[in-house]
Write a protein that binds this ligand. Structure first.
Ligand SMILES: NC(=O)c1ccc[n+]([C@@H]2O[C@H](COP(=O)([O-])OP(=O)(O)OC[C@H]3O[C@@H](n4cnc5c(N)ncnc54)[C@H](OP(=O)(O)O)[C@@H]3O)[C@@H](O)[C@H]2O)c1
Length: 317
């Protein structure tokens, strides 16, 4: 039996993959959950749940407890204002890091940040991810910490990529990003493996590391669509959407979300992130400190994602 890991965000897309991989590797996982009902994603994964929120200090103390490492994967990915992101992406990091730093012995701390933190001026989300890293580094003298900055992470069970995949299955792909924009990608299981290799490596470099699938110079939207077409053996009609349309659409969505009261993904900030020309990562520094090599490139990752039954697909779809 390996060490104890305290994990946040286990009910989410990335956190559930990390939880499964930790259990598979023999770690004991204590995970924070704010909803009383268990998540369908982890029904057969034996986690020790701590029920509570980031505002509940006692609950965070129980979560960290005697853990050898804390992996903070929870994060707000939808919202409009800075306040929508601040609580989960900055305050929670600070609170958890201080609790971890007050323990003896002090656990190692891993923050799942985001490549967006590299460009904090683009959106409230990106700004909050950068501030989360800063909040963590403020405990630097007491806490051995690392932040990972993944680019877009995809895989089965990912809700963010579904609308686009759905359209592509219907044979249409509107391109919202720039024609010349390049971006890195990372398959979710490779990210979970990076977490494992960070744990094993015992690295003490206090810094943020970028991660990607190792495809040199990232991808363009055209490459993604070509890969999809090859996999499905069908043509996808793709077209560049004029900048005005996502700008107006995102503003409208923001207004509707404020009126009805939901946390939107598609916002003016997200459009600015989309249209940023360079989201290419360099994973070499992380590969040097941890024995990690990403295994899944786009074609294989898309195949695994598409093979997974998506909610709108009926039997045999
Ligand atoms: N997906 C990507 O492409 C990507 C790329 C780079 C970085 N990231 C980072 O990876 C992390 C996980 O993202 P994801 O894609 O897995 O998102 P997700 O599926 O929406 O999961 C988010 C997780 O965080 C928890 N959470 C959010 N706000 C919370 C709050 N206020 N209090 C307590 N728990 C809260 C959620 O709990 P509930 O289940 O209770 O809502 C859930 O477990 C985030 O930090 C995100 O910034 C994601």
């Amino acid at each position: 039996m390996r060490d104890i890991v305290a994990l946040t965000g286990a009910t989410g897309f990335i956190g559930s993959a990390v939880a499964r991989r930790l259990i598979q590797g023999g770690w004991r996982v204590r995970a924070l959950r704010r909803s009383p009902s268990p998540t369908a994603r982890l029904t057969s994964t034996p986690l020790q749940w701590v029920l509570g929120t980031f505002e509940d200090r006692d609950c965070l103390e129980s979560l960290v407890g005697d853990a050898d490492a804390v992996i903070h994967c929870a994060g707000a990915v939808r919202g409009i204002t800075e306040a929508d992101f601040y609580r989960a992406n900055v305050e929670a990091v600070s609170r958890l890091a201080h609790i971890a730093a007050s323990r003896s012995p002090v656990p190692r701390f891993l923050l799942i940040s985001s490549l967006a933190a590299r460009e904090p001026e683009l959106s409230p989300y990106a700004a909050s991810k950068r501030l989360g890293e800063l909040a963590l580094s403020e405990t630097a003298d007491r806490l051995p910490w690392t932040a990972l900055r993944p680019p877009v992470v995809y895989g089965p069970e990912d809700r963010a990529i579904r609308p686009l995949l759905r359209l592509m299955l219907y044979g249409i792909a509107p391109i919202l990003g720039r024609k010349d924009g390049r971006f890195s990608l990372l398959y979710v299981e490779d990210l979970a493996e990076a977490v494992i290799q960070w744990l094993i490596s015992n690295t003490v470099e206090k810094r943020a590391f970028e991660l990607d699938d190792g495809h040199p110079n990232g991808y363009t939207w055209h490459e993604v669509i070509e890969t999809f077409q090859r996999l499905r053996g069908k043509r996808v009609i793709h077209f560049q959407v004029p900048e005005l349309i996502p700008n107006v659409g995102a503003r409208l969505n923001k207004i509707v979300a404020s009126v009805i009261g939901y946390a939107p993904m598609f916002t003016p900030g997200k459009v600015r992130e989309f249209r940023h020309p360079d989201w290419i990562c360099d994973n070499a520094p992380f590969c040097r400190v941890a024995n990690w090599t990403p295994k899944v490139r786009l074609e294989e990752g898309l195949r695994l994602t598409l093979d997974f039954p998506l909610p709108w697909q009926g039997a045999g779809a």
